[in-house]
Ligand binder design. Structure first.
Ligand code: AMP
Ligand code: MG
Length: 390
């Protein structure tokens, strides 16, 4: 059996960063920027007013000073003449500051009678002008790779970049296996349950940037599994759920090997999720997850999400563990690394009471996986431990 760290290294060897594609900016949120982009313009493209008020000469600004209003500069429609001594131009937020003016007195500090304004309150020393290019200038760079957040999309729109080159989404095929499973919405027989972690995994993997296809449930027969693998051929990664252990109906290892799977490893020294297998089938990477709902989801966080990030070309494929203090004591750990469902709050972290790997309700209450080394001793409240946020 190998460690989690060794397994992750082997899994990264099974997949490579994918090719790229161009998408419209409005569809690029959450995608991974694949090449650097540069602004094609200055923002703002001219010195702009940041307030509604009057544009005047700074040297003339003082309490009780009077100016003659000679025109107006609005956002989208500049005042085309110069501001001379004793003159003011009515100006609005975002409008170009006219030539000759270098100060905007805010409207609230003035009194207007016809064409005349008087400064009635201390205008201060802030000019209320945004210099040209203060936000960004032609050539300002956004460096790849980068997961595009809403803020990045707004910035790229301002830079006038309507198309963006991103890494193609990894295509993942999910195969649930088991005669006992039916899809949500179907009517289960008396001995059946609903496929669940399949849907949790799809959500988890799409959250990190993959496109996930849920294939029809494979029965625990060689033929049914072969059919499912056949449907998954064009994927970048095939993930099976269940059937990975040593029971009479655990056929995933045998069937995948008969179809040419070159195995990279089988079994990891961890809890939950020991029977995890991985390898390559032609151009496709294959990971066989244990069926227990919590094991499958924990393996999704620890192994599949990093593989997706690696395929997307992200620099930090592995989410670093964080540290927090225990708010409740922990018993000693056994010989395997343990990823315990845990609740993190402002006081620290505590492991959930029941760690059985079938309990999705406990997983749904957790917001962290508390990471324990093999043979970690008993720990009192207050000890610092490592965790992975989920
Ligand atoms: P297996 O690895 O096939 O022995 O499955 C282990 C346990 O996980 C069994 O109780 C299965 O019923 C359950 N299981 C397997 N696949 C799923 C699934 N997709 N959704 C929910 N439970 C599952
Ligand atoms: Mg099964």
């Amino acid at each position: 059996m190998i460690t989690v760290e060794e397994a992750r290294a082997l899994l990264f060897d099974l997949v490579a960063p994918l090719d790229t594609e161009i998408v419209p900016l409005h569809e690029a949120a959450g995608r991974i920027l694949a090449e650097d982009v540069r602004a094609t313009r200055d923002q703002p493209p001219f010195a702009a007013s940041s307030m509604d008020g009057y544009a005047v000469k700074a040297t003339e600004v003082e309490l009780h000073a009077m100016f003659k209003v000679i025109g107006e500069s609005a956002a989208g429609q500049r005042f085309d003449d110069k501001v001379g001594p004793g003159q003011a131009v009515r100006i609005f937020t975002g409008a170009p500051v006219p030539e000759g003016a270098d100060f905007v007195v805010i409207q609230e500090d003035t009194d207007r009678r016809g064409d005349l304004i008087t400064i009635t309150d201390d205008p201060g020393s802030k000019t209320n002008i945004r210099p040209a290019g203060i936000d960004f200038a032609v050539g300002t760079r956004i460096a790849a790779p980068r997961r595009l957040r809403p803020e990045d999309i707004a910035l790229m729109a301002a830079m006038n970049l309507p198309l963006v080159r991103v890494t193609r989404k990894p295509e993942i095929a999910l195969i649930s296996t088991g005669d006992e499973l039916v899809m949500p919405g179907e009517t289960p027989g008396p001995d059946q349950i609903i496929a669940s972690n399949t849907f949790g995994l799809k959500a988890l993997l799409e959250d990190v940037g993959a496109h996930v296809r849920i294939l029809p449930i494979a029965q625990d027969t060689v033929g049914s599994l072969e059919t499912a693998f056949g449907l998954a051929q064009d994927a970048d990664l095939v993930v099976t759920i269940g059937g990975a252990s040593v029971g009479d109906y655990d056929l995933v290892a045998d069937v995948s090997e008969s179809l040419g799977m070159e195995r990279a490893f089988y079994k990891i020294r961890m809890r939950p999720g020991k029977p995890l297998m991985a390898g390559r089938m032609g151009d496709t990477a294959m990971v066989g997850l244990p069926g227990n709902p919590v094991s499958a989801m924990v393996c999704g966080y620890l192994f599949l999400a990093p593989m997706v990030r690696h395929m997307l070309g992200q620099e930090q494929a592995l989410t670093p563990f964080r540290r927090a203090r225990l708010t409740a004591p922990l018993g000693k750990n056994g010989p395997r690394e343990h990823y315990m469902r845990a609740v993190l709050d402002e006081n620290g972290i505590r492991a959930c009471d029941d760690q059985d790997s079938s309990l999705l309700s406990v997983l749904a209450q957790a917001n962290a996986l508390l990471v324990r080394d093999p043979h970690d001793p008993e720990r009192p409240a207050g000890d610092e431990v490592q965790y992975l946020p989920i």
